[in-house]
Design a protein around this ligand. Structure first.
Ligand SMILES: Nc1ncnc2c1ncn2[C@@H]1O[C@H](COP(=O)(O)OP(=O)(O)O)[C@@H](O)[C@H]1O
Ligand SMILES: [Mg+2]
Length: 305
């Protein structure tokens, strides 16, 4: 004899079969997955060794520099000592932090190419406490050519950044939009890669090539390297298009995609003009809050690494 499920306090028979709706349902984030309960990062009493993260995507204009500045500022706000490395000859990271190219005595170029220049000679403090910068300018474009003749040319950045590892908790490298020798240097110096992707139709083109490059560097030069996460940027939830791109990203990459998504807002360009992170320029804005959330997610992933 088959018994018919009887209604109980936990709901109808159907609910008994398919789970109880009385339990609190997980809150779904913008990426369509339940939001994780991220721990509050603990205050630090000492600093280092640093985790080195390369901000990498061979496409330009996807939010690498914006993410480097604001993730850096958010991590510094959490009491982390953070070193940002401008590794793009365009020098946008330096400009975005109020360090104009003409006022630079020494840049990352000198650090890479001149043996008597040390990291401390090149590092400049920013207006954000705990956030330092290795600036860059157009000189760096010459390094790409000159490095070709160096011994261990792919390891040059890793070698010159080594003294930073004991001083800082995180080192973020803002890569140029290419997969050339400078970017290979950044990947060789890094523990993790964060890939910012604009939530636009063509964003996913090129990600396979980037993954291939990361895998090759991992196999041949730097076995520590892993992908820390893919970050959706310039998201506009009002457009089906943006939502579809994000969904495709999650379908293909699963939990590698950060739960935090950065929405499109003009405040980012405004803060660049002001030469400061959005975290200080518009501290309560949604953009600032998103990067604070990203900082917590990155720290949680670093701990799990
Ligand atoms: N979430 C965002 N919403 C709107 N504009 C953004 C956002 N993120 C970055 N931008 C703007 O887009 C442009 C390109 O961003 P940037 O961070 O310089 O990209 P990349 O370093 O990948 O070339 C900049 O003008 C920046 O201010
Ligand atoms: Mg950039």
């Amino acid at each position: 004899m088959t018994s018919t499920p009887q209604p109980t306090s936990s709901g109808s028979p159907v609910n008994q079969l398919f789970g109880t709706p009385d339990l609190p349902q997980p809150v779904l984030g913008v990426t369509g997955r339940p939001l994780p309960d991220l721990p509050e990062p603990e205050p630090l009493t000492s600093h280092g060794p640093a985790r080195v993260i390369a901000m990498c995507n061979q496409k330009g204009g996807v939010g690498k520099t914006t993410t480097t500045i604001n993730l850096g500022a958010a991590l510094a706000e959490l009491g982390r000592r953070v070193l940002l490395v401008d590794f793009d000859p365009q020098g946008s990271l330096s400009v975005g932090l109020g360090v104009p190219p003409q006022e630079m005595e020494l840049s990352v170029y000198n650090l890479l190419m001149e043996r008597d220049v040390e990291l401390t000679d090149v590092v400049v403090p920013t207006d954000v406490p705990g956030l330092d910068l290795v600036p860059s300018n157009i000189d760096l474009s010459a390094a790409e050519v000159q490095l070709v003749n160096e011994v261990a040319r792919e390891q040059t950045l890793a070698r010159v950044l080594r003294p930073a590892l004991a001083e800082y908790d995180l080192v973020l490298i803002d890569c140029q939009p290419s997969l050339g020798l400078l970017t290979i240097n950044a990947l060789t110096a890094a523990d993790g890669v964060v890939v910012p992707l604009e939530c636009e139709y063509f964003a996913l083109r090129g990600v396979a090539l980037l993954k291939d490059t990361i895998d090759k560097v991992g196999e041949r030069l730097n076995p520590r390297l892993r992908i820390d996460g893919l970050l959706g940027t310039m998201y506009d939830g009002r457009t089906l298009h943006s939502r579809e791109v994000l969904q495709t990203l999650v379908d293909g990459w699963g939990d590698a995609v950060f739960h935090t998504v950065i929405r499109r807002t003009v405040k980012f360009s405004d803060s660049t003009v002001a030469g400061e992170p959005i975290l200080s320029y518009a501290s309560d804005s949604a953009g600032a809050q998103a990067y604070r959330q990203l900082a917590k997610e990155v720290l949680a992933r670093c701990r799990a690494a």
